[in-house]
Design a protein around this ligand. Sequence first.
Ligand code: GLU
Length: 380
Amino acid sequence: MDNTPNHRNEIAHSHRIVLKIGSAVLTNATDKSLDRGVFCRLIEMVAKLRQQGRDVVIVTSGAIALGRSLIHCDRPDREKSLPTLQALAAIGQSLLMDYYEQELRYYGLRCGQLLLTRADLEDRTRFNNARRSIEALLEMGVIPVINENDAVTCDEIRFGDNDTLSARVAVLSKADLLIIMSDIDAVYTGNPKIDPTAKRIESIDAFDPNLDLYAGDSLGDVGTGGMKTKISAARMAAKMGIATLILQGKRPKFVLQVLEGKDHGTLLYASEHKQTLHKTWLESLLVKGTILCDDGACQAITSQGKSLLPKGVIAVSGKFSEGEAVELAGSDGKVFAKGIALYDDNDIRKIAGHHSSEIDDILGIHISDAIVHRDDLVLL
Ligand code: GLU
């Protein structure tokens, strides 16, 4: 008997679904105004998912595109016109929410808006606040509608694309399934526009290395995420055991059909391995510096799950404070872990190579024997 799990069948039981809806799905290609036909069918599908007793979280793009449609301007260059983009996002976001409000109300549903920045999810307290807020909305039967807070983000603190944001939201809300609805309908073995032999992948392990070969990037005119960002978003979700489905967004009924067992799009399933929420959060942090470790420390951390002690530090680069994320690299410079530093870069330079019992004498303070504690460390 074949005991291979049928991942397509498993997703039928998904109780909590994060739907990522791309700008190219929501808007008309010509003038970037709302594609009303698609939008109505989308919300009808969401209402059906709710009737089936599923929790739905929406991550929506479209703010900047709708802002452009109102002000009638071309897509500004990000580097040159960040304030223009921020203003367009502010204009478009309220219009976007108005559309969601009205259409959901038609089905007796309510929504609540959350605008997140990367910095919100970097900070553990704000991360937990966002998590609790989503949970409370779902408990009330309200649909969280989430976007990046584009009106206040700059490059240092932005997710950059809503594929990444949707994976973070899937992790945050402990979803069972992430559905990325965009103008890309599936993963193919080649570019189907130019290669007639290109085949659609029906299901694949999110960590299958072949995916990197298939992910030639394809940037559209409206959204920001190509196939690479979708695959890396799926991998982020898969670490928490969450499967990702890539589907043609202009055909919302595909979502319901796939949950009934029909074969559309590509399913990137999560293998058995599951990481804790804390480790997934650690992995998502922006790093501020690198600590070079000797072979002994490297071995103790990777094989025995030990903390990094000052004795094992060869060198430090970058500027960071206590509590910020750093990368750990071996003597060959290869990064093997990421974690939270318990001392700032200057202090680590002073205690590098010393025994932990000397920390107090050298710094006049002893926060911990470790520089990066094993509980706040994730192997890459
Ligand atoms: N957050 C952007 C918006 O609402 C879209 C980002 C993306 O396309 O991934 O316009």
